[in-house]
Design a protein around this ligand. Structure first.
Ligand code: AKG
Ligand code: FE2
Length: 220
C-alpha cells in the first residue's frame, strides 16, 4: 500500500528467463546506442530495398513494415534479392551488427560464443496500430539463437511455447533498449507482438513508433 505505483518506472527491471533459453535483458542498449540504431534503421529503410508491408500468401499485408539485411525474408523463405519489392539486392549485413549480436548472446546467456555469426536481420517498424500475430521464426536452417532489440515505443510481447500458438505463454513488456534472446529449447517457440503503447518512447530518440531488429543465423 505504501508502494507508490506511479513511481514504478524508477525501479530497475531484472533480467528474466522467460522460458528455457529465452532471456529478457531490460535496458541493455544505452540511449546513445539506441539513437545510433534509429539512424541506421532510417538508412536501411531508404534502400536499396525500400521498407514495405510484407504481403502474405493469402494476399493480405502485414501491419508492420519491414526491411531486411543480408537476406530478404518473404513468407516463408529467404532470398538474396527482394523480388516482391523491385528485385533489388538486399543491403549487406554489417560486421558491427554481428558483433552487437555476439555481445547480446553473451549478455543473455552469460557466455561468449565467437562462432555466433548472424547473417540476416529483419528491421520491423510498428506504427501506433501495428502488431504481429503469433508465429515461429523457422525459415532458418540453423537453430542458433535469435537476438531481438527494441527501440522506441514499448510493446506487449507474447512469448509462447513450441507446440502451438496457444497457451501457455508469458506476456512481457518490451521497452526501448531491451534485449530479448531466444535459443535452445525456445528457439522455435511461437511469439508475437499484441500491441504497442504509442507515445511511450523517450522523446530524445526522435522516433514515433517502435523499431525491432531481429538478428538470425540463416544457415543458408
Ligand atoms: O517486434 C518484435 O518484437 C518481434 C518481431 C518478430 O517476431 C519477427 O520479426 O519475427
Ligand atoms: Fe518472430
Amino acid at each position: 500500500m505504501a508502494h507508490n505505483k506511479t513511481m514504478a518506472f524508477l525501479l530497475p527491471r531484472d533480467t528474466a528467463v522467460v522460458a528455457p533459453g529465452a532471456v529478457h535483458v531490460p535496458d541493455w542498449l544505452s540511449v546513445d546506442r539506441q539513437r545510433e540504431l534509429v539512424a541506421a534503421c532510417r538508412q536501411w529503410a531508404a534502400g536499396p530495398v525500400p521498407m514495405r508491408h510484407t504481403r502474405m500468401p493469402n494476399g493480405s499485408t502485414m501491419s508492420v513494415q519491414t526491411v531486411c539485411l543480408g537476406w530478404h525474408w518473404v513468407p516463408y523463405r529467404y532470398s538474396r534479392t527482394a523480388d516482391d519489392v523491385g528485385g533489388g539486392q538486399v543491403a549487406e549485413f554489417p560486421s558491427w551488427l554481428a558483433e552487437l549480436g555476439r555481445d547480446a548472446v553473451e549478455a543473455a546467456y552469460g557466455a561468449r560464443d565467437e562462432s555466433y555469426e548472424p547473417d540476416a536481420a529483419l528491421i520491423n517498424f510498428y506504427d501506433s496500430s501495428a502488431k504481429m500475430g503469433m508465429h515461429q521464426d523457422r525459415e532458418e536452417k540453423s537453430l542458433q539463437p535469435v537476438v531481438s532489440l527494441s527501440v522506441g515505443d514499448s510493446c506487449l510481447f507474447r512469448f509462447g511455447n513450441t507446440e502451438s500458438r496457444n497457451r501457455p505463454w508469458t506476456d512481457v513488456r518490451l521497452e526501448s533498449g531491451d534485449l530479448f534472446v531466444f535459443g535452445d529449447e525456445s528457439r522455435l517457440a511461437y511469439h508475437g507482438v499484441m500491441k504497442t503503447y504509442p507515445g511511450t518512447a523517450d522523446p530524445a530518440l526522435g522516433l514515433e513508433g517502435r523499431l525491432n531488429i531481429t538478428l538470425r543465423v540463416t544457415g543458408l
